[in-house]
Design a protein around this ligand. Structure first.
Ligand code: SF4
Length: 398
């Protein structure tokens, strides 16, 4: 990987008049602050009590200016913007007003762009209305569980009642596109408590659910407790996880939620445009420490270190994305969606060499009945959808 000061989208655009328009892209902004660290979390973050937010805000505006200014006249409008973290709701609405004002002056934003803020229920630095007025039209609320014991065990700062209250306040403030994050496979979680969480969430005014199985990350406080064998931190096994996924399939469609990606459910018309951009291999910009951007054929990764970022917000690692990596991504992300991948579109976009490379893998998976084909599309059969990751692994390293 080549380390580089990445005003480099502009480096590769040194003769702009001969270049095509940059396609519509997303923008991800990483806000690396939290009030405390949850037991299972291995994200790069800084604790907000040590200060640093004002300096981070200025550095972020600087990065925005320097990355976007050289290419603004070449760009199609942004189709989605996502502030994730960390806890982006620790930043004030006033800051976001400044950010969006600056962004709009530099780069076009589509009038229907989806603009999401991740919110932790106890960590909203301003009134919900003020975030809507600042420019957000979608909220992703980090709830994780509606069982207070489970939340406590994960060291989450909120309880179920506070999360519900936050959801109602956001709705009352005029947000009509609300998403909730939930997790299953938590320490000492039972299928009964998972069912209760699911039944309760269906009574909330939300349009979208992101539901992930807990991944035990090495080095986290939770991993240490599990390794020590502390009884109340024992994790459910793979069969339990399969049963928990089956509960999702039984419960969520009752309230009109459709599974449009392995871990994401939405009411019709509320699928996350930002995430669909990732899954469909569209380009995205990224700002903030530890953020990763993809502007085909380049990927860039900002340093996961606040001090370095404050000194030089453009300092990033730059890597070339090979053809085979692009092909791999089409299948790894595409097969996580029930409709799978259209082979005709794949060939039109990437050419005959690409289809020749993936064909033997597809044929082998069709024979094993790990894939099925309908017309020009291949997809993971519904009965195997929960285990789709095992199928996707076959496309890694094409
Ligand atoms: S709120 Fe999210 S980012 Fe912050 S510590 Fe918890 S899991 Fe990690």
């Amino acid at each position: 990987m080549l380390s580089s000061r990445l005003a480099k989208p502009s480096l590769s655009l040194s003769s702009p008049l001969s270049l095509p328009l940059l396609p519509a892209a997303g923008l991800y902004v990483h806000v690396p602050f939290c009030q405390s660290r949850c037991l299972y979390c291995d994200f790069y973050l800084e604790l907000s009590k040590y200060g640093g937010i004002p300096a981070f805000e200025e550095a972020l505006l600087k990065e925005l200016e320097q990355r976007f200014k050289p290419v603004a006249h070449l760009a199609e409008p942004l189709h989605s913007i996502y502030f994730g973290g960390g806890t982006p709701s620790l930043l004030s609405p006033q800051f976001y007003k400044r950010f969006f004002k600056r962004l709009k002056a530099l780069y076009p934003i589509h009038p229907n762009a989806e603009i999401t803020l991740e919110v932790n229920p106890c960590d909203l630095a301003g009134a919900p209305e003020a975030y809507r007025e600042a420019g957000f039209n979608r909220i992703s609320l980090g709830v994780q569980s509606l069982q207070n014991e489970e939340l406590k065990r994960l060291s989450r700062r909120h309880n179920a009642e506070q999360a519900y209250e936050a959801c109602l306040q956001l709705r009352a403030a005029g947000f009509t596109n609300l998403s909730v994050d939930l997790m299953y496979g938590l320490p000492s979680q039972t299928l009964e408590s998972w069912q209760e969480t699911l039944q309760s969430i269906l009574t909330w005014p939300v349009e979208h659910l992101s539901i992930y199985g807990l991944q035990l990350e090495a080095g986290t406080a939770l991993a240490k407790l599990v390794q020590k064998g502390v009884p109340r931190y024992q994790l459910p096994d793979a069969d339990w996880q399969a049963d928990a996924f089956a509960c999702l399939k039984q419960t969520l469609p009752q309230a009109g939620f459709i599974c449009y990606e392995l871990s994401n459910w939405a009411k019709q018309g509320y699928e996350s445009q930002h995430n669909l951009g990732y899954w469909n291999n569209r380009p995205y910009w990224a700002l903030g420490p530890a953020a990763h951007g993809y502007l085909h054929p380049w990927r860039y990764s900002n340093k996961a270190d606040l001090n370095s970022y404050l000194q030089d917000p453009l300092c990033a690692d730059l890597a070339f994305c090979s053809d085979s990596e692009a092909w791999e991504n089409v299948f790894v992300f595409g097969l996580r969606q029930p409709q799978g991948v259209c082979l005709t579109h794949f060939e039109e976009r990437y050419g005959q060499a690409a289809i020749a490379k993936v064909k033997p893998v597809i044929e082998c998976l069709l024979k094993r009945q790990w894939l099925e084909q309908k017309g020009t599309r291949v997809s993971v059969p519904e009965a195997l959808f929960y285990q789709a990751n095992a199928v996707l692994a076959e496309f890694v390293g094409l």
